[in-house]
Design a protein around this ligand. Sequence first.
Ligand SMILES: [Fe+2]
Length: 379
Amino acid sequence: MSLVATYYNPVQIYYGVGTLASLAEIVQTSGNQVLMLTGARSLKASGYLDKILQQLQSFEVFVQDNIPSNPDVADILHLKKATGNLAYDVILAVGGGSVIDAAKALAAFRNLNFQDVNEVRAVIQNKSYAVNPSICPVIAVPTTAGTGSEVTPWATIWDQEAEQKYSFEAPAIFPKAAIVDPVLTQKLSSTMTASSALDALGHAVEAYWSKNSNEIVRLYACEAISKITRNLNLLLENPSDLSLRTEITYGSLYAGLAFSNTKTTACHSISYPLTLQFGISHGVAVSMTLGAMLVKNEAALIEKEKLLAALGIKHTSELTAWIHAVYDQAGLPKRLRDYGVTETDLPVIADKSYTPGRMDNNPVEVDKSFLVSLLEAIY
Ligand SMILES: [Fe+2]
């Protein structure tokens, strides 16, 4: 661990119930031509797409309302081709982590031309996007409470064909602004509410124990963890309670601020093959190993009692039971076999779990025999 502690986050955060009403004012600071990205269904169904377009009546707005979950290099190529001729000053991303990540990719790849997916892969791998002079600002408006992508300098792009997950990152990829309005999360299903909050819990807990952690990170992490563990069960019982939605939304935001300076660790690293090969939703895939990794990392925890107090437990072994209770409340299966994983898949998953920059950011080394036994325990 470095002796110099540092913390940096340049995102202008607008937050609170009703913040969305200031959207036009906030967008205005970046220009008049707006490329808006959103998913195919939920924003329209909630009525917020119409409300947002009404607010932006005086702007020239190009809408791409077809951003898929877990965007792939092929999706990014398609998006580049669909938007290549548009002149826009700013990208407005209204959605979950997938939409915000797609917006970061389009911003970072602005004015770069791609003929095929190999060219997309090459730009991600050679990091030429990091010095792209044409990069444009992103304004992120999360509609889930979990991703944290509104305050991080990286994005995840998947590659089904090559069975890979890419994370591209650069300071220029921090959104210019985030508009965090808990009202936008009110219509989330219980499975989305639970899995996205558990993703946020993973961000906070992993930031806390990361090799890159420091005092500021742990302050944000503990506050995030407390908000999530004190309020998630209540929210799942009372899904329309706006004050509980607000607590979970802020928990997710604080978790984002925590891990924006550390990156994630073992649980996220193990989650990637689970999502890529078996379609396990990100928050579930991350949280399946969170309890076991808390036990594994126990000896390396700085101020362990603070973390346990935030989690609301006395011993590291108790976290798994709380996570399982959340799965039960939301109707989410608990075990790998429930998602089509077979026993012979476990060593293959273990081999694919070592993402550089993530697994080696865990405070304790995770060797393959431990990892296989961990996967067997949740199989
Ligand atoms: Fe995550």
